[in-house]
Ligand binder design. Structure first.
Ligand code: AHG
Ligand code: MN
Ligand code: MN
Ligand code: MN
Length: 337
């Protein structure tokens, strides 16, 4: 009789991906070996970043690096370290040709014949880092089209063409949420083992949940439609209960809660940031991809599907509205008034 306490047949991330590859209809864009190797490099980057974040207070890694990035953000030391760790891991994989990073002004092109382009936000939520709030790494993977040798046009594509996307949130434990186009699955890093273990198979958002997540400090800058939508949640006219407000200020943490609990998250465009604050390629697309694979919706301020948008430059911004299907459909009605 097996000992019920001891798990003796755990599903590691590598085993999961190999299982996925053999599923009927798995996106053929990912040849088994290459993608598994790419994914192993991605998970090494997450483990190494997690290691540095856990030690950051001990080895004076918190605080500013004294530099700014091309989207005007002040860079934290960990932004820079996370960026270097990520880029080095992608280069070492031998499978990546292009990298876009929040912390790099220009597209990075590697030597060699890698067939993948990876976009990333190495440390999302870094303004909260020094306060110990959960931060994360967001990533998306495009396969280079046949015949392409690797240039900017291979990443200025709609998010729906990504072959994989996800994030790793460095909270109490490191939580990786990943999709390769066949649903959305959550893995937890077992530190001593050094393996991401499948802990949240087939994640699905509830259709409705009365939770809204937005920075209300921007309210005076919102359009009337946006103001009216949030007012309707807070002062319901049909006698229903007002919504709960939950805003962490790290997109990864706010999205992770939205996937697990349901509800909606928004960073609307406003009169100050006409294209919104969040960057489309490495924040909007991967989160929209994950949310849709978990049964939710993700749209911009015009009610357009985020994954259909085509960026014109690698740091392009967009308004982002995402979460439970019913909640986003409700928001869309207000946005299109
Ligand atoms: P990053 O730390 O990668 O620059 O991203 C920060 C983003 C995102 O994490 C979060 O949703 C948003 O900034 C919070 O912005 P506000 O502080 O303006 O609410
Ligand atoms: Mn930043
Ligand atoms: Mn970010
Ligand atoms: Mn960032």
């Amino acid at each position: 009789e097996a000992n019920p306490e001891v798990q003796t047949d755990i599903i590691t991330l590598t085993r999961f991906i190999l299982q996925e590859q053999n599923k009927v209809g798995a996106s053929s864009a990912i040849p088994t070996g290459d993608f598994t190797l790419l994914l192993n490099s991605l998970q090494f980057a997450f483990k190494f970043i997690a290691h540095n974040i856990r030690r950051s207070t001990l080895v004076n890694l918190i605080g500013l690096s004294g530099t700014a990035n091309s989207t005007g953000d002040d860079q934290k030391k960990l932004d820079v370290i996370g960026d270097e760790i990520f880029i080095n891991a992608m280069k070492a994989s031998g499978k990546v040709k292009l990298v876009v990073s929040e912390e790099q002004e220009d597209l990075i092109v590697f030597e060699g014949d890698g067939r993948y382009a990876v976009v990333c936000d190495p440390i999302d939520g870094s303004s909260n880092l020094d306060a110990g709030v959960s931060v994360g790494t967001i990533f998306g993977v495009y396969k280079l089209p046949e015949g392409s040798s690797g240039s900017i046009k291979d990443v200025l594509r709609p998010g729906k063409e990504m072959v994989a996307a996800g994030y790793t949130m460095y909270g109490a434990s490191a939580n990786l949420v990943l999709s390769t186009g066949n649903g959305c699955n959550g893995f937890t890093l077992d530190d001593p083992l050094g393996e991401f273990i499948l802990t949240h198979p087939d994640l699905k958002l509830p259709d409705l949940r009365s939770i809204y997540s937005v920075n209300e400090g921007n309210s005076s800058l919102w359009s009337d439609n946006v103001k009216n939508y949030f007012k309707a949640l807070k002062f319901p006219e049909d006698g229903s209960k007002p919504y709960s407000a939950r805003y962490i200020g790290s997109m990864v943490a706010d999205v992770h809660r939205t996937i697990l609990y349901g509800g909606m998250f928004a960073y609307p465009a406003d009169s100050k940031s006409k294209k919104g604050k969040l960057r489309l390629l490495y924040e909007g697309f991967p989160m929209a991809y994950i949310i849709e694979q978990a049964g939710g919706l993700a749209i911009n301020d015009n009610g357009e599907r985020i994954l259909d948008l085509v960026p014109t430059e690698i740091h392009e911004r967009s308004g982002v509205w995402l979460g439970s299907k019913g909640e986003i459909e409700k928001a869309k009605k207000y946005l299109l008034k």
